[in-house]
Design a protein around this ligand. Structure first.
Ligand SMILES: [Zn+2]
Length: 321
């Protein structure tokens, strides 16, 4: 990769940039004006990389395996407006969209990962969903208007902010733009997929406010969501995998699903039923995790609360100015 240097901020085009750190051939800069931190080269690896990435493939093959984000649950509990039109940008396999539909929203969504969108259609039964990147979708359907546009854990992946005027255009008067991103002011080890090229930008409450202001939005609220205790336990489990894990759950699951996956090697499969043995093994693995990690995780949890680094996610509601 040729080493180049950015001459201006990828968001507000200011020329005052400060060097922050290097990682995997990328350099992190912070803009002196809008405070955005971005990795250079500022380039998303593209739909192909996502479609062929093991983690995203696993999600696409088992779209029901992953639960909703905390902030998506907060949204569903807070905005009870049945009948409203909702557009989700970066739907993944559509878990959130399906939940919103159940609550009575008229849902539409888009994602550049065509395999994820196939799963949203085939497994979750969503029909108004498109395999397009955000900007292409908004440009293709400029006449479509929505009362709410959501974008959960997507903004940190994108390598262009030129879609923002189209979001404003697609919102009905008084409509809301709801965004969530990882909070760069939390303890970094809590974040998943942190770093380039998957995550190309890092956000703080202050930089988010400046960003939205720059693109013609007024922030209605910014909520900081603290990390859940069980996530710290899970992280310990990942960090110690090499020497504390017997990989029993994985072994049993691979034995159980091997035949089924052979039957449909390409496309998404219907959710499989966990066998009784799998339930028992999973429960034992959970007990093991808590026995080993409860005390260290409690210490970290207390430390994070004392130092104010427990807020993992920024959950933002904005409206066009
Ligand atoms: Zn800037």
């Amino acid at each position: 990769m040729p080493m180049t240097t950015p001459t201006e901020c990828v968001n507000c085009h200011a020329s005052t940039l400060s060097w922050k750190e290097e990682k995997w051939g990328y350099t992190l800069y912070e803009c002196g004006s809008c405070k955005l931190q971005f990795w250079w080269p500022f380039k998303n690896p593209g739909a192909d990389a996502y479609e062929n990435n093991g983690r995203f493939q696993a999600r696409n093959n088992h779209p029901l395996g992953k639960s909703l984000y905390q902030q998506q649950k907060l949204f569903l509990d807070a905005y009870q407006k049945p009948g409203s039109t909702l557009l989700d940008l970066g739907i993944g396999t559509g878990r959130f969209l399906a939940a919103a539909k159940e609550r009575g929203y008229q849902v539409t969504g888009t994602d550049f990962d065509s395999k994820a969108v196939a799963a949203a259609k085939n497994v979750l039964g969503l029909d108004d969903v498109y395999a397009m990147d955000v900007e292409t979708f908004l440009k293709t359907y400029p006449q479509r208007k929505f009362s709410i546009i959501t974008m959960f854990e997507v903004l940190e992946h994108v390598d262009s902010y030129s879609f923002l005027p189209y979001v404003r255009n697609a919102l009905e008067t008084g409509g809301y733009f709801v965004i969530s991103v990882p909070n760069r002011e939390c303890w970094r080890a809590l974040l998943t997929n942190e770093g380039p090229p998957v995550h190309l930008s890092r956000w703080s409450a202050a930089s988010m406010k400046l960003f939205l202001d720059h693109h013609g939005f007024r922030v209605v609220s910014i909520r900081k969501i603290p990390v859940r205790f069980d996530l710290i336990i899970t992280r310990f489990n990942e960090w110690t995998k090499g020497f504390l894990s017997f990989s029993l759950v994985k072994k049993i699951e691979s034995l159980t699903v091997a035949g089924e996956e052979k039957a449909t090697p390409q496309g998404p499969v219907a959710p499989r039923k966990a066998t009784f043995t799998m339930h028992i093994v999973r429960a034992l693995a959970l007990v093991k995790m808590y026995v080993f990690f409860f005390i260290p995780a409690s210490c970290i949890y207390a430390y994070l609360w004392l130092t104010g680094r427990q807020y993992q996610t920024l959950y933002v509601t904005a409206t066009p100015k």
